[in-house]
Design a protein around this ligand. Structure first.
Ligand code: FMN
Length: 190
């Protein structure tokens, strides 16, 4: 079974995207995948700056996250929507992981041939859908195979119980559908 990384684009306490990421991780585990759910707070990174990279290379947290991308068959990105796009946190993760560390390393090596699934959650009626439009474009341009199915959870703060369970059956079915397609494509490519 494929190795899946689940990456939330929020580090906020009580984040609805972190809750959705945990639900996705559980569904992927139940489907038999090897799953790692990332806690964004474990990867505190400076805002990408090429002068910093030239002087010091990749920070240890960026190296660690990049190694996890490299080892994974698929990544599920779970992004909030900020002003109709992805969060600066998510973009910063994507940018640091995109960098090479040696002259002979192929560009974008951590992304090539990877499968991705897209999820978002927002209090708003569109569920963060506009962030996923941008995310799909960014990932497609760096060699990631993004599965066509995606899901944006609207009214998100009211859709989880106190234990973090997603209480909306239709939403749960949609998340399961995305996870199933990610696992299926990653398995076919392996
Ligand atoms: C700077 C900023 C911009 C936002 N812009 C949007 C937006 O364009 N669309 C939307 O649905 N929600 C927007 N929101 C609200 C977020 O969806 C909401 O804060 C959400 O809870 C963030 O996700 P999280 O709970 O996973 O941290 C914005 C929030 C912030 C802080």
């Amino acid at each position: 079974m494929p190795k899946l990384l689940i990456l939330p684009g929020s580090a906020r306490r009580g984040s609805v995207n972190c809750k959705l990421a945990a639900v996705a991780a559980q569904l992927a585990t139940e489907a038999g995948a090897e799953v790692e759910l990332i806690d964004s707070n474990d990867y505190e990174l400076p805002l990408f700056n090429q002068d910093l990279e030239d002087a010091e290379g990749l920070p240890p947290a960026a190296k660690e996250l990049k190694a996890k991308f490299t080892a994974a068959d698929a990544i599920v990105f779970v992004s909030p929507e900020y002003n109709s796009s992805i969060t600066p946190l998510m973009k910063n993760f994507i940018d640091w992981v995109s960098r090479t560390e040696t002259d002979d390393e192929p560009s974008l090596s951590a992304y090539r041939g990877k499968v991705a699934g897209l999820l978002s959650a927002s209090p708003g009626a569109l569920g963060g859908l506009r962030a996923l439009v941008h995310l799909r474009s960014i990932l497609g341009n760096i060699g990631v195979l993004v599965v066509p199915k995606q899901f944006a959870l609207s009214g998100a703060p009211d859709k989880f119980d106190e234990s973090g369970k997603l209480t909306d059956d239709s939403a749960l079915k949609s998340v399961r559908g995305v996870i199933r397609d990610v696992i299926s494509l990653a398995t076919k490519l392996a």
